[in-house]
Structure formats: structure tokens, C-alpha cells
Design a protein around this ligand. Sequence first.
Ligand SMILES: *Cc1c(COP(=O)(O)O)cnc(C)c1O
Length: 317
Amino acid sequence: MPEITYANVAEAARRLAGVALRTPVLTSRQVDERLGARVYFKCENFQRAGAFKFRGAYNTLSRFTAEQKSGGAVAFSSGNHAQAVALAARLLGMSATIVMPRDAPPVKRAATEGYGAEVITYEREREDRESIARRIVAERGATLVVPFDNADVIAGQGTVARELLEETGPLDFLFVCVGGGGLLAGCAIATQELAPNCLIYGVEPEAGNDAQQSLRSGHIVRIPVPRTIADGAQTPCVGNLTFPIMQRLVRDIVTVSDEQLRAQLRFFAERMKIIVEPTGCLAAAAVMNQLVAVRGGRVGVIVSGGNVDLAQFGLTA
Ligand SMILES: *Cc1c(COP(=O)(O)O)cnc(C)c1O
């Protein structure tokens, strides 16, 4: 298994310089007063393509060989990974093919095509997306880019915590949402180097606490695809690369309910004037609901993305 170190995160940061946005770190006096802590929100909802996923995708694609580059990238995703790979491919002058279910939200498909990717759809019930992706790899000489269990993806995601800590200095706590664990693993590697005393917590939706079960039992636990509004965290299990990093560096995983996510989404919109997607609310919801005692501490919260489907709020075009 490739060892992923802080040096890999620092290299990723150099590749991303001038390409990924250095997203803002917001604070809220209201939040700090309520919690008796100093809370720093790292706002990846403002990242290119609307989520931190652009970092890992660009870092990965920028390391392709000339041969890989001519074959292009392929990914299966209907979410932020699709848009991230599509945009990174366009910026690096290669083609991208994205495999998504036919019933994916039209806005997501349009956004992915808007970045110049070719979208291939499949029937969720009848077809297997992995075999479709494998066929494209074979036919086109394309390279499959996975969303989290890849060393270059993990190193790229780690640049989020690196930037945060560069700006805030050492923190006592860091909260990061978990799907497959790419963001958490990368951020944990960066944090161990830059703030070795910081306690790192992962946050999952209550309905899909596979990472919590895995960390507590010491082996990767697989669950059925969870039902939750946090669609970026609907992964059945964490990765073979991300899990050992979590075991080594993450203190615990806590969970929040969909109701707490809705309340957090509303708080971000009303009080902080930012649009955050449900998955992006996970880490903040854990802190605001005081699932971990942070009083008196300096607290980092990763806000992972902002791609909300406004139709869900009754706002149709
Ligand atoms: C993909 C995604 C996650 C989960 O990231 P992992 O690296 O799979 O843990 C969280 N939030 C948003 C907005 C995402 O797009």
C-alpha cells in the first residue's frame, strides 16, 4: 500500500497553486458565543465546481503520463466528483467521460456537460456502472479516477486542512465529514504535521455510520446504501487506503441526523449568508450540537461543498 505523507500534501498544494481557489475561512461571533469556543469554518462550498473534490481530481489528473492524458479520464459519479473530474480534465486539456445513472438530477448532468465532459447514462436497476466504466477504460484507453481511495486524491484533499492551519495556526479540534474518507484522511495527514496536538473527529450521517462502526470495531464495515439527505456521504464503506489512516490519526467518528443537517443548512443560509449542501453541513452540525465538548478551544470545521439542488427548496427555474 502506498504510504501517503505530508510531503505528498505539500506537493499537491504546489500543483494546485493558482488553479484551485484558496477558499475563505469564516468566523461567526454568534457561533463562538454559543459554544464558548473560537470556530473557524473552511468554506470549500466556494471551491471551483462547488466542492473540495476539485483538489483531489486535479492533483490526480495533473500526474497522468502523456499516454494516460491522450486516453482521457473516466469516472462514475452523479455528484461532485463528476464535476470535479470534468473541470480538471478541461483545464489540463484532456477528455473526460462520466458515467451517471439516468435518473441523476438534471442540474448535475448539465453542470458536468458544461465543463465539457461526455456523460454516459445507465439504468440503476439493470446495469452495473463499474462494468460500463471498465468497458470505457478498455475501449478508449481512458484512466479510471476513483473518488477517494487513491493516494493522489487523498493528498489533494489534504490541502484543505493545510490551508486552514496556515491561516489559523494550531487548532485544538478539527471536524471533517466522511463519505469514503478521502477528505478526512488527507486532512488528518496535514493536521498531524501542522498541529500535532489537534484532536481530529470525523462526522457521518446517523443513517450511514459505517465509518464509525469500522473505526470502533477495527475492520472495514460495509452497510447498505444509507438513506440520508447527505448524498455526498452515501457510501457503503470507507476505503482500503483511507481506513488505516483514520485508524492511526482520527480520535473518533460522531454522527448527526438529517434533522440536524437541515437546521445547520438553514443556519448557514440565514445567519452566515452562505449556501451549503447537506453533506457540507455534517461537520458544523456536530460542533453546533455539541457532540464533542469544545468549550475554550480553537475549532476547525470543514464545510465541504455547496452544490444544493434548489428544487428541493421549492425553487424551480
Ligand atoms: C464527496 C463529498 C464528501 C465526502 O468525501 P469523502 O472523501 O468521500 O469522505 C463530503 N462532502 C461533499 C460536499 C462531497 O462532495
